[in-house]
Design a protein. Sequence first.
Length: 419
Amino acid sequence: MAVLSTLGMGGVKLSRLCSALMLWVLHGASPTSVTNTGNRGAVASESKLCSHIGVRLVERGVEVVLCLESVVGGKAVAVPGDLRGLSIFTVHMDNYLGELFATLLHHIARYGFPVTEDLVYYMESAIVQVGWNFLLEDPNWAMDFAPNDTIADQGVSAFYEGEIANATIAAIEANSGIMTLDDLQKYTIEIRNPVNITYRNYTLHSTSAPSGGSIALSILSTIEGYDMYNASNIPLNLHRLDEAMRFSYAAHSELGDPIVVLDVNKFEESMLSADSARARRRIIMDNKTQNITRYNPNLWDIQDNHGTSHIVATDSSGLSISLTSTLNLLFGSAVMVPETGVILNNEMDDFSIPGVPNFFGFVPSPSNYIRPGARPLSSISPIHISHPNGSHSFPSAQPAVPGSRHLQSKLSSTLSIME
């Protein structure tokens, strides 16, 4: 269930981002949605608790992201990046806001939070998926050994070096993993330039490779040449949208981490050009779909990620944040660090494996092979929409849906906003 909590007149203008982090398990979204509107700002997430805590911080001049994370073995674990990412924003907080941020997180970590129906359901599903009741039978899961206040007192670096880092690597090695302390300590955050297009006189920005932002924008640039809002032409417009998605999504297999695919930014620039949009429209046939090789000549495939959580926060000035977070499968790798209670991801599954075709016979994309320091391809595609006259801007919320459905859900919400 998506929950949107908003600010009334008591809200104040947002300052830079403060991110409130808690561990929450979610895999997919329930069909219902709860939306409330206000005139000063909003925080949207799948959880009522997360939205309400977000509003408390926003009211004090902070823009908040609560990561809701969703579940096998040490080799599946990629270096956790959440805390490094959140630290980029917390450096902009003053002492008062930093203390408030830490206090709210401390309260959740020490006293817990209400268990949602979704959480219970997916805990049961994870037990079936893993094949045994690891939540109760594995002593590392049956008790919580989290060292209270360590990160709050010592900062984010405490997770990547020292006792917590040693415990993390020990847990990974005990489960046949190969990550090292050096991998943890050298993990850095990459800040990359966004991609953008103009759509119906609005400026749309999204994230560049290895995310799916350029794929979402290329679909929009293709359909801009059609009369998509003609109510008498709905069947044809849906067909054209479907075809635009086929051509653009096939191009996803050409993308990769810029440290590996050195010309990927030029490829994205070309894909988002007006000439490329016109070329895609010329080969779309209004009366039929086409052979799969027409869309994807190389028959390359990318790994599909499985579950995410998403939150957007914005204020009346147009300052906004969009964040998607995931452990990948239910309970990630099903490896918990006994000393900290941290559940480790299985993000290595998002890379392509050479020589291993998928169920449909598609071969893996070389652009997404595992390489040192590389980040895997992702379908996340946040879109920030700026009004033509510059009066305001806002993010397009993205439901917490798995894998390739990111793009469909993002397009649906964006097109609805711009009707």
